[in-house]
Design a protein around this ligand. Structure first.
Ligand code: NAD
Length: 482
């Protein structure tokens, strides 16, 4: 049994209340680790450590801060295999996916923001015939909170902490209680990477307890949060009267729009991936597949043939493309969505419930068969509510206008995928789709310099590149008489 600990002021500590939470391997259903069930007192201790580290860290040269991040990136790359194994065990995702995506991207996040802070410009405004000159001084904010979810554990954890630290803030970070292991591993390399004690603190525990205490702490001036829309709304309400800076990356119900003039094979292959990668547990996954009438039947039949061959396997098996979903509770929630869709008259094309265990080791694991429905109206629950699992719907459209109307017919607006070979149509559709990201003839291609985030109920603010560094700094206008 592995006991994880909090990192506070450079020391590894249990929760002050001495209590623990079990951590379960979703592929086997077995407990394999415990995490501290931290609370308010631990947040207070982390805040004291972070606050006292801030004066020095905020004045530390950009080169030194960048070097610490690069050192950490290097340590991550040296431990990539151990991290990938841990991520797979903790989350249920295929080991091959953790190796190919999660861990390389975590390393890239750290290295990227090391480079970004070295290039981060601030503005100057010089009027003609100048009497005054203005420049913008971007100062670190102070102590900031970074709260991340379970679906891409180290990937999203590093995506937040890297810009926060690069910009000169001290961080109190909370990984998801469901997938805490890789954040714990990272916390053990902080000193080796060169970060002074207190600059980076990690607290483990439940969202409504330690997460809530971070959000409520009056000294923590900014919260970068990724997670569910209802949690984001709760955080916005909690912090409103404290005027905290908030970045909220929330849920999605993403459309993939398949026009009849698309490259059929490319659209098909990528839509299968965009729907079911990580068991459908990526906020950017397509969950509503909108298909133009003239190719609807052909596309549906080809898609179902491919999906039927996607059989969930043991995540540790190198061949596995689809693993376990993250927890028993999440599996049950996904099944409830499926049952509701059946009761709403959805036509089940494949899947539709639990998948059988791939082997004896996994007989108590949490596996769901990839599931496809059609004949559900745009207002049905399954076309409105985020499932965050391997469940998609197919809808037919007859015109470009109708495709856009269907694409926009939810409260969410995170990512859209558009498939067409008509360049003008691609531009028109991307412009009219209500989403923070529109991918044309591709999916999940990420240039870390680009703004990342959602509109409507998918979030507030943007991460990535300068957007993240702007979020984690406070701009001050300095005006000088010449
Ligand atoms: P969640 O909202 O339940 O939890 C996210 C994090 O918030 C966890 O660390 C949790 O402990 C913490 N938390 C929960 N309650 C809290 C509270 N009251 N105060 C402070 N922190 C609290 O979400 P989840 O189930 O972990 O993740 C799945 C959700 O995340 C999905 O809705 C998915 O779409 C979303 N997501 C969004 C993005 C994005 O970039 N937009 C990326 C990944 C996941």
């Amino acid at each position: 049994m592995l006991d994880l600990l909090n990192l506070i002021g450079g020391e590894y500590r249990e929760a002050q209340n001495g209590t623990w939470l079990d951590n379960i391997d979703p592929a086997t259903g077995q407990i394999f680790a415990r995490i501290p069930r931290s609370g308010k007192d631990d947040v207070a201790a982390a805040y004291t450590a972070a606050e006292s580290a801030f004066p020095l860290w905020s004045r530390t040269s950009i080169e030194k801060r960048a070097a610490c991040l690069r050192n950490l990136a290097h340590i991550v790359s040296q431990n990539a295999e151990a991290l990938a194994q841990a991520e797979s065990q903790d989350n249920g995702k295929p080991l091959s996916l953790a190796r190919a995506v999660d861990i390389p991207r975590a390393e890239k996040n750290l290295a990227f923001f090391a480079g970004a802070i070295e290039q981060f410009p601030s503005e100057a405004h010089i009027p003609a015939g100048p009497t005054h000159i203005n420049y913008t001084h971007r100062k670190p904010i102070g102590v900031v909170g970074c709260i991340s979810p379970w679906n891409l554990p180290l990937y999203l954890f590093t995506w937040k902490i890297a810009p926060a630290l690069a910009a000169g803030n001290c961080v109190i970070a909370k990984p998801s209680e469901i997938t805490p292991v890789t954040a714990w591993m990272l916390s053990q390399w902080i000193e080796e990477a060169g970060f002074p004690p207190g600059v980076f603190n990690v607290l483990h525990g439940l969202g409504p307890e330690v997460g809530q205490a971070i959000v409520e702490h009056p000294g923590i001036k900014a919260i970068s949060f990724t997670g569910g829309t209802s949690t984001g709304a709760h955080i916005a309400r909690t912090t409103a009267s404290m005027f905290k800076k908030l970045s909220l990356e929330l849920g999605g119900k993403n459309p993939a729009i398949i026009f009849s003039d698309c490259d059929f094979d490319a659209a098909l292959a990528t839509t299968v991936r965009s729907s079911f990668a990580n068991q459908g547990q990526i906020c950017l996954c397509s969950s509503r597949i909108l298909i133009e009438d003239s190719i609807y039947d052909r596309f549906r039949d080809a898609l179902i043939e491919k999906v039927k061959r996607m059989i969930p396997g043991d995540p540790l098996d190198e061949q596995t493309k689809m693993g376990a979903v993250v927890s028993a509770a999440h599996r049950d929630k996904i099944i409830q969505h499926i049952e509701l869709a059946k009761s709403e008259g959805g036509q089940l094309l494949c899947g539709g419930g639990k998948a059988s265990a791939p082997n004896n080791r996994c007989e108590d694991g949490f596996f769901v068969a990839p599931t496809v429905f059609e004949n559900l109206g745009a207002n049905c629950q399954l076309n409105q509510q985020e499932v965050f699992g391997p469940v998609i719907t197919l809808q037919r459209f007859y015109s470009e206008d109708e495709a856009i109307q269907l694409a926009n017919a939810t409260e969410y607006g995170l990512a859209a995928t558009i498939w067409t070979t008509d360049l003008k149509k691609a531009h028109r559709t991307a412009a009219r789709v209500e989403s923070g990201i529109a991918w044309v003839n591709c999916w999940l291609v990420r240039d870390l310099r680009t703004p990342f985030g959602g509109v409507k109920a998918s979030g507030v603010g943007r991460e990535g590149g300068w957007e993240a560094l702007r979020f984690f700094t406070e701009p001050q206008n300095v005006c000088i008489e010449l």
